[in-house]
Ligand binder design. Sequence first.
Ligand code: PEP
Length: 250
Amino acid sequence: MKKIIAGNHKMFTNLESSKLLATELISKNTGYDKAEVVLIPPFPFLHPVQQIIADSFLQLGAQDCSAYAEGARTGEVSASMLKSVHAQYVLIGHSERRLYCNESHDTLKMKINCALDEGLVAIYCFGENEEEFTSGQRFNVIEKQLATVFESLSNDELDHLILAYEPVWAIGTGKTATVDQAVEVHSFVRELLALKYGQDLAKSIRIIYGGSVKPNNAKELLAGLNIDGLLVGGASLNANDFSEIIQAVY
Ligand code: PEP
């Protein structure tokens, strides 16, 4: 199973910087094939970035999709629109969207279904906030965040899901979970998957970590048991930093 490193550009970059970032990553990493690497630019830059990365090792992802297949929903972007610009991945349930856009579990389930119906790989983000972490509720919270999504998915569908553990207290804060803390959660999730879907499927689902991943902690995190890749925010906006992170895959 190849590791996956995804760079979430959030609401940063513009047309020129998105294109430059993609171009620089390609030139700095000639012949790269250690991991699947996904660039996740803002919606308007998906197509221009795709044109640059089309014949390279880089793949394309989107930051969100609508919970509906189509319709009179001004401002929304559907999974089929993403597919039409050759996106292969879509983030669903990023904590910033849960928090600022009040995305409920029901909405997230609908979004996952839309993404999977279009053949996209859904990167489903989950994780506890600071209060839940300090009060020792993190496993309960995570189990709930996962159970609500798993209940409506068949084994085949689940196989098109990547799970991204992103402790909210570590996102954009510079506070990374220790490798032990991340491994504890990733192993817990792997066990949940095994109980519900059996060992084979549990082993085939990638569980990636996100939260203040930087060039200086990527290698250590990637070596952690059950850590199948990284979701990188801030450090993915700099071609040198992101290159160091993808090169940290052994
Ligand atoms: C993210 O946006 O998913 C993320 C992990 O951000 P950062 O790396 O900046 O903490």
